[in-house]
Design a protein around this ligand. Structure first.
Ligand SMILES: Cc1cc2nc3c(=O)[nH]c(=O)nc-3n(C[C@H](O)[C@H](O)[C@H](O)COP(=O)(O)OP(=O)(O)OC[C@H]3O[C@@H](n4cnc5c(N)ncnc54)[C@H](O)[C@@H]3O)c2cc1C
Length: 139
């Protein structure tokens, strides 16, 4: 794959070192950092004492539409950001912002590098459907 920027090179290095050195530990990758992504991360970290979660987000900052969509006059909805921040502070969690999966890194690269890849949010679902369609035409 042609790497278009330094960020991509850094991420690919992260994929290689992170997974190869701790192959016995479940390595899970979540694409998308909205509520669906964070609740998934929370459950994985809670239900498995050793699992490590890397979260990829195409925007530079996390929380998806809770940050950009939900209006400030709905503070009770935005409150979930506090819980997400606690999850993000855990040692076994890494946030990788500014990475567009499907463009900077391919879905196939993620599948090779992680035990499980979770795509969340509608845009990510589209990515998964595109991957499946591509895979189908290859056979
Ligand atoms: C204008 C607006 C107002 C809203 N107001 C309310 C409200 O008042 N109350 C309420 O309960 N809900 C509200 N919602 C709905 C709420 O924001 C969503 O239900 C919720 O954010 C969905 O969470 P999600 O994790 O599924 O998706 P998202 O929050 O959309 O998160 C998905 C994340 O995935 C990232 N992503 C997508 N594709 C890629 C890729 N290829 N590579 C890397 N990252 C990727 C996106 O950048 C995004 O950060 C509102 C939504 C909008 C649009």
């Amino acid at each position: 794959m042609m790497l278009s920027c330094g960020v991509s090179r850094l991420i690919v290095r992260h994929l290689r070192t992170g997974v190869a050195s701790t192959a016995q530990v479940p390595q899970v990758c979540i694409v998308g950092s909205g509520p669906a992504g964070f609740y998934t991360a929370q459950q994985i970290l809670k239900s498995h004492a050793a699992a490590q979660v890397d979260m990829y987000e195409k925007l530079p900052v996390p929380f998806g539409l809770v940050r950009y969509g939900v209006a400030p006059d709905h503070p009770e909805v935005k409150n979930c950001i506090n819980t997400f921040t606690q999850t993000a502070a855990k040692d076994r969690f890494t946030f990788l912002g500014n990475v567009d999966i499907g463009s900077d890194i391919t879905f196939s690269q993620l599948r090779e590098a992680y035990h499980a890849v979770v795509l969340v949010g509608m845009k990510c679902a589209e990515l998964s459907f595109r991957h499946m369609a591509l895979h189908k035409t290859e056979h």
